[in-house]
Design a protein around this ligand. Structure first.
Ligand SMILES: [Zn+2]
Ligand SMILES: [Zn+2]
Ligand SMILES: [Zn+2]
Length: 145
């Protein structure tokens, strides 16, 4: 997984208590909390992706929103992982959850540099490793799992 970026992280979580999220954190185009918020010249805030798809705004110059109080509040929004159903995750930590922790995330074999092409759920890695013939070829690197 190292060096591999997961696109569209939003597809893997859903908001919990969505009605309790402050209105000033909600995008008027997608009606969800901002993702990569930007400010238009008319001082409206939208998600970058939303505004880039909106004909009225797409040609305008956009500034990334940098107000720390908004960014921190966005990071602290509670989400639920759609893969493993874990709740009480902060949105700002969600990527870390998927990349390092989520038992239902798709991962490659820790011995993939030894040409093992196995791909599966993180929770299946220990079972796979007991069968994996590449792992014993060993780089003597300690298992990350
Ligand atoms: Zn939006
Ligand atoms: Zn998860
Ligand atoms: Zn393997």
């Amino acid at each position: 997984m190292v060096g591999r970026t997961i696109r569209n992280m939003e597809n893997y979580y859903e908001y919990i208590n969505e009605e309790s999220i402050e209105k000033n954190l909600i995008c008027n185009l997608c009606h969800k909390p901002f993702i990569q918020p930007v400010i238009t010249p008319c001082v409206k805030t939208f998600c970058r992706q939303c505004v880039e798809q909106a004909p009225d705004y797409s040609k305008q110059e956009l500034l990334s929103l940098t107000d720390p109080s908004v960014l921190i509040a966005l990071d602290q929004i509670q989400v639920k992982c759609k893969l493993c159903d874990e709740i009480n995750l902060e949105r700002g930590h969600f990527q870390n959850h998927i990349i390092k922790l989520c038992p239902k995330a798709i991962v490659t074999c820790p011995a993939s540099e030894n040409n093992c092409h196995w791909i599966g759920l993180r929770e299946e890695v220990p079972i796979h490793l007991s069968l994996c013939s590449y792992e014993s070829l060993g780089t003597n690197s300690p298992s990350k799992y």
